[in-house]
Design a protein around this ligand. Structure first.
Ligand SMILES: [Zn+2]
Length: 97
């Protein structure tokens, strides 16, 4: 089973989703206590990992921008534009960069 660090949150409500207290498996259904959207645990993990990867890319891009702005030799011409994708499930643990 894949591991995700941090707490899995509902992408809309930013509240922790709830699943079975014990015996969480890939087939477990987890649900947002606030808006009620639910999904299978393995699909939720996939979504959270995609969110995490995109967030890491954006953070890396920002730090590259910072480095480049202090140098007259490096020009950053490509900018990361946040994807318009709405994540149904996210995590409160952000990449350390
Ligand atoms: Zn929700």
């Amino acid at each position: 089973m894949s591991k995700v660090e941090g707490t899995i949150l509902c992408g809309k409500c930013k509240v922790a989703i709830s699943g079975p207290a014990e015996g969480l498996t890939n087939e477990s259904i987890c649900r947002c206590p606030q808006c009620g959207q639910e999904g299978r645990y393995d699909k939720i993990i996939e979504e959270v990992q995609a969110y995490f990867t995109d967030t890491a890319k954006a953070a890396l891009d920002r730090s590259l921008d910072r480095i480049a702005s202090g140098s007259s030799f490096i020009k950053v011409t490509q900018h990361f534009s946040p994807s318009p994708r709405e994540y149904r499930f996210i995590t409160d643990k952000l990449p350390d960069l």
